[in-house]
Design a binder for this molecule. Structure first.
Ligand code: SF4
Length: 508
C-alpha cells in the first residue's frame, strides 16, 4: 500500500519516504529525488509487477513536488537509529496536538478512528456532563495557544453559563504571522482531530453551530477540513441528534481573505458577518455577545487540537507535562538560520537553547547564534546570552517577549537587528486596520525613524523618540495588533541598542 501521510515536522529532510516491510525494520529515505524512487523500491521489493504499480502511483504524487533544490543524493536511516538528523530532531519532543505525526493519512477516517479517534467525543456524549468536561479542561491547566494564554476553561464556562437561544463556536485558523505554519499543519494533517476538539467544546458550552475560520491562502487545509466535515456528516458525528443523543450541531468552513487583524476575535466575527474586519472595543466579550450578537466561544486551532488528548487520557496526563503555570506542550514553527528547521511540539519549560542546539542542530553554516525572534510580529527578540530562558508564558513575558502563536525564527551574527525590527514593524503597519491613531500613524512614524536610522541619517535623540512612540502605541491601541506591534522595536532597543547606535554613528 502507498500512503501519503500528514506532516512529520522534519521539514529539513523532505521529501521523505518511509518503507515498512514485514519482517524488516522500517527504513526512512530523506531528501529523495523522483529518479531514485524506483531504485529504492527495487532494493526492498523485488516483484516487478508491484513495482510498476507503485511507480505509477508515486510518480503521480511526485509530479506535484518541486525537486529543483533537493541535494543530489538521498539518505537512508533505520527507524530508532540514534544520532541521525531525524532522531535528533524528534528527540525531546512530546506529541499531543501532533499525536501520531507522520503515521496517519489525513483524510482517512477509519485510520483516525483506529488511533483512538473520536473516543474522547463519544466519551463526552455518553459519560460526561458539560460541567465535568469543563472541569477536566480546568484541571489540565490548558491555556489558549493563539497568543494571549488565557485559561481555556474560563472562556468555556462563560459561554456555557450565558443565557441565549443560540450559541456559536469558532475555531480560529486565521494564522498570518510571517514564519508561522502551526495551524496550517494541524488543519492539513489532522482534520479529524481539529473537528473532534470543536465537537467536544461545542457540546460542553451548548453551541449548536460552528465555523472553522481558515485563511483562503491555505487551500489544502480548506480542502482537507471540508472532506473531513463531509465524512463526519455521513458518519453521524455532525448533524441532528448526534449518535442518538440530544446534541445537534452543524459546522461549516469560512474562508478568510488574508487580513492579519482578522485573527483578533472581534474582527474575525465581523468578517464572518460580512462586515469589514475591524476590532471592536471589549467588553462585551464574544463569550457574551459574539457572532450575530449571540454568545460565542472562540478558540485557536492548536488549543482545540489538544482537547481530545486531555479528555481521552485525563487531565493529569496533560498537566504532568510543562511547568507550574504553563501546562502541556506548545507547537512551534522553527525557522531561520538553523540547521534543522521544521514543525516541533515541545513541553512547556524547555529552554530556547535546547530548541536551537538540540532539536535544531545549532546555527547553519558555522555562524554564531545571535538571537531568536519569538511570537512573530507581536513577539520580541531574545538575545543568545539569554538562551537559557524557559519557554513558558511567564518567563517569556519577563524578558519582554511573548509566546504568540508559535513562530520561532533563529537569527545569526549576520542579521542586523534594526532590519529585523523594521521588517516586523512594516508587517504590522501594513496590517493595521487604521482604527486607532497610534496604531495607524504611530507605527508609520516609527517606521520612518527606523528608515532614517538604517540609511545612516538618524540622530541619537531619535532613539528616545522611537521608544516613546512605541510605548504610546502600546497604550493607545485597542487591540492586540497595535498593543504588541512595538514589541520587536522595544526588545531590540533593550538588548541591541548598540546596533542602532552603530547605524547612527555610521559604523555599519
Ligand atoms: Fe486596528 Fe491597530 Fe486599533 Fe487594532 S490597534 S483596532 S489593528 S488600528
Amino acid at each position: 500500500d502507498v500512503k501519503q501521510v500528514g506532516c512529520v515536522g522534519v521539514c529539513n529532510q523532505v521529501p521523505m519516504l518511509e518503507i515498512h516491510k514485514a519482517g524488516e525494520e522500517p527504513a526512512f529515505y530523506t531528501k529523495i529525488k523522483a529518479n531514485e524512487v524506483s531504485e529504492i523500491i527495487k532494493n526492498h521489493f523485488r516483484s516487478e509487477n508491484w513495482m510498476s504499480r507503485f511507480k505509477n502511483r508515486f510518480y503521480n504524487y511526485a509530479e506535484n513536488l518541486t525537486f529543483s533544490d533537493i541535494p543530489t543524493s538521498s539518505n537512508r536511516y533505520s527507524a530508532n537509529e540514534e544520532g541521525t538528523p531525524i532522531a535528533e530532531f524528534l528527540k525531546g519532543q512530546v506529541n499531543v496536538a501532533t499525536e501520531y505525526r507522520g503515521e496517519i493519512k489525513p483524510s482517512d477516517f477509519e485510520e483516525y478512528k483506529s488511533k483512538h479517534g473520536f473516543e474522547a467525543f463519544i466519551k463526552c456524549l455518553k459519560e460526561l456532563s458539560p460541567d465535568e468536561i469543563i472541569a477536566q479542561v480546568e484541571e489540565s491547566g490548558l491555556k489558549g495557544r493563539g497568543g494571549a494564554g488565557f485559561p481555556t476553561f474560563i472562556k468555556w464556562n462563560l459561554v456555557k453559563n450565558a443565557k441565549a437561544d443560540q450559541k456559536y463556536i469558532i475555531c480560529n485558523g486565521d494564522e498570518g504571522d510571517p514564519g508561522a505554519f502551526m495551524d496550517r499543519m494541524l488543519l492539513e494533517s489532522y482534520p479529524f482531530r481539529v473537528i473532534e476538539g470543536i465537537l467536544i467544546a461545542a457540546y460542553a458550552v451548548g453551541a449548536s453551530e460552528g465555523r472553522l475560520y481558515i485563511r483562503a491562502e491555505y487551500p489544502l487545509a480548506v480542502t482537507r477540513i471540508k472532506e473531513g466535515l463531509e465524512i463526519c456528516k455521513k458518519e453521524g458525528l455532525i448533524g441532528k441528534n448526534i449518535l442518538g443523543s440530544d446534541f445537534s450541531f452543524d459546522l461549516k468552513v469560512f474562508e478568510g481573505a488574508g487580513a492579519f487583524v482578522c485573527g483578533e476575535e472581534t474582527a474575525l466575527i465581523a468578517s464572518i458577518e460580512g462586515k469589514r474586519g475591524i476590532p471592536e472595543l471589549r467588553p462585551p466579550y464574544p463569550a457574551e455577545k459574539g457572532l450575530w450578537d449571540k454568545p460565542t466561544l472562540i478558540n485557536n486551532t492548536e488549543t482545540l487540537s489538544m482537547v481530545p488528548f486531555i479528555i481521552r487520557n485525563g487531565a493529569e496526563s496533560f498537566k504532568e507535562i510543562g511547568t507550574e503555570n504553563s501546562k502541556g506542550t506548545k507547537v512551534f514553527a522553527l525557522a531561520g538560520k538553523i540547521n534543522r528547521g521544521g514543525l516541533i511540539e515541545v513541553p512547556m519549560g524547555i529552554t530556547i537553547r535546547q530548541i536551537v542546539e538540540e532539536i535544531g542542530g545549532g546555527i547553519a553554516n558555522g555562524k554564531k547564534f545571535k538571537a531568536v525572534q519569538i511570537g512573530g510580529p507581536s513577539g520580541g527578540c531574545i538575545p543568545a546570552h539569554m538562551a537559557d530562558t524557559a519557554i513558558d508564558f511567564d518567563s517569556l513575558k519577563e524578558v519582554g517577549a511573548m509566546m504568540g502563536s508559535g513562530g520561532l525564527i533563529v537569527l545569526d551574527e549576520s542579521d542586523c537587528m534594526v532590519d529585523i525590527a523594521h521588517y516586523f514593524l512594516s508587517f504590522t503597519q501594513e496590517e493595521s486596520c487604521g482604527r486607532c491613531t497610534f496604531c495607524r500613524i504611530g507605527t508609520r512614524r516609527m517606521l520612518e525613524i527606523l528608515e532614517k536610522i538604517k540609511s545612516g541619517k538618524g540622530k541619537l535623540s531619535d532613539l528616545d523618540l522611537l521608544e516613546q512612540l512605541a510605548i504610546n502605541t502600546q497604550k493607545g491601541s485597542i487591540c492586540g495588533l497595535g498593543k504588541t506591534a512595538p514589541n520587536p522595536v522595544l526588545s531590540t532597543l533593550k538588548y541591541f541598542r548598540h546596533e542602532y547606535e552603530a547605524h547612527i554613528k555610521g559604523e555599519c
